[in-house]
Design a protein around this ligand. Structure first.
Ligand code: 9WN
Length: 429
């Protein structure tokens, strides 16, 4: 349902602008998040952006996913950035990451939302035959990608994959990472940040965080991306509730896709086993005192006790039990009411909340879309509708910025941003 569906000229203008934004960010087969600040193909941005493309150009939407999966490593990983062509406007680029693959890339991944997007694209396709052919040809890569997460990032079968870098979470400077990141040494070389040439430093991570982000990038390179060594020695290892939830949802969607496509593949049995394992392990990330799902610092075995919107993604994944669903619903309503607009990335009552500083408070539309979908799927339609109308109000007010200040609704970060425009086309207009 779309509570905002009004046939006003305002909506028509927003639709036009959203399409123009994607077309302007199209570099021929892949879409940059925004020019200048992010001049390459990002993993979860591309998946979300395909949801926008499909509303006016289905072949182009499929191409976005094909180009993303074309950068897949032999071990199944789909990198977090694909450096298809050079650019001087972003740091750190391919040389710093140092990967030696056919398509230059980073050596970490990002929240694997792509399988869920493919399932959506097949189900809603106008041209079903075309879409079915595309989904069939991409299916095996999606399975490989999910197997990579389970085998490489949870070799001990705990049910909870680990993440090695805040950039992998897609929520770079979330306060959830503060303690785990503080234990990482600083990089010992000088560097120039390019992000600060595009966006005011008050909206970006601090140098102390970048120093550690870069130490980790060096660490992966130094160890030649050897998964066993990195698993045993990485100075940063967290269970990210966001990645775990999105992976879980994607795995269930892979099984559903397999059925729709009539694919027999024993790797799907393995995915089913992993789904069951995560379902039984997820309770260890539930904090009884806070009544909320947290991330965990694996190296110290402590929960990262700060309420971030990632915990709400357990609903999107279908990982919350009956009691937890009710609690999350009440919490979402309070969280929503604690700011002017929808769910802020960090709860506004947390001491580490900052309304403008990237993942420490601002609102991200694609996260709110996944959270709302979770509530809708679980039967909490009112909560889902409220999130949707709040998000619509944000784009009415500020257009397609990267993210939004939860107190003023002002657009922050990069402008003419692909995933914001895509979510508008897919969910809000
Ligand atoms: C590092 C592209 C990406 C998003 C992430 C967001 C930000 C990059 C950065 O931009 O991260 O990957 O340099 O800040 O945090 O979620 O995918 O939009």
């Amino acid at each position: 349902t779309n509570v905002n569906k009004v046939n006003s000229s305002e909506t028509a203008a927003l639709i036009k602008k959203a399409k123009e934004t994607l077309v302007a960010n199209d570099l021929g087969g892949y879409t940059v998040p925004t020019h200048g600040l992010y001049p390459f193909q990002w993993n979860w941005d591309s998946a979300i952006t395909a949801l926008g493309w499909k509303h006016f150009n289905e072949p182009r939407a499929w191409q976005e996913i094909e180009v993303l999966l074309d950068g897949q490593w032999d071990n199944g990983m789909v990198p977090h950035i694909l450096f298809h062509q050079d650019s001087t406007t972003y740091f750190p680029g391919p040389d710093v990451w140092g990967s030696d693959k056919r398509v230059k890339s980073t050596s970490i991944s990002q929240p694997p939302v792509v399988a869920s997007v493919v399932k959506d694209m097949l189900e809603t396709a106008d041209d079903k035959t075309f879409a079915r052919g595309k989904a069939e040809s991409l299916f095996s890569s999606l399975v490989d990608y999910h197997l990579w997460w389970y085998k490489e990032r949870d070799p001990l079968n705990t049910g909870l994959v680990v993440s090695y870098h805040p950039w992998e979470s897609g929520m770079d400077n979330s306060p959830a990472w503060d303690e785990a990141l503080a234990a990482v040494p600083c990089v010992d070389w000088e560097y120039e940040r390019r992000d600060l040439g595009h966006v005011d430093s008050s909206q970006r991570p601090h140098k102390s965080e970048y120093d550690r982000f870069l130490f980790l990038v060096d660490f992966f390179k130094k160890h030649k991306f050897d998964s066993e060594v990195i698993f045993n020695e990485c100075p940063y290892k967290v269970n990210d509730i966001g990645i775990i939830a999105i992976l879980h949802k994607g795995s269930k969607d892979i099984l559903a896709l397999g059925e729709t496509l009539g694919i027999q593949d024993e790797r799907l049995d393995y995915i089913a086993e992993r789904i069951a394992l995560t379902q039984s392990a997820i309770s260890t990330l539930w904090c009884p005192e806070a009544q909320y799902f947290y991330c965990r610092n694996v190296l110290t075995d402590t929960l990262c006790k700060v309420r971030t919107s990632a915990g709400m993604l357990t609903l999107f994944a279908g990982l919350a039990n009956t009691e937890q669903k009710e609690i999350l619903n009440t919490k979402a309503q309070q969280w929503n009411a604690a700011s002017q607009y929808c769910i802020a990335s960090t709860h506004p009552e947390e001491s580490r909340y900052e309304p403008q500083r990237y993942w420490r408070g601002p609102i991200w539309l694609h996260i709110n879309w996944m959270i709302a979908l979770g509530f809708e799927n679980e039967g909490f339609q009112q909560t889902a509708d409220k999130l949707q109308s709040d998000c619509r109000a944000l784009v009415d007010l500020s257009g397609y910025y990267e993210y939004f200040n939860p107190e003023t609704g002002a657009g922050c970060g990069g402008k003419d941003f692909s995933w914001t425009a895509a979510i508008a086309l897919h969910w809000l207009l």
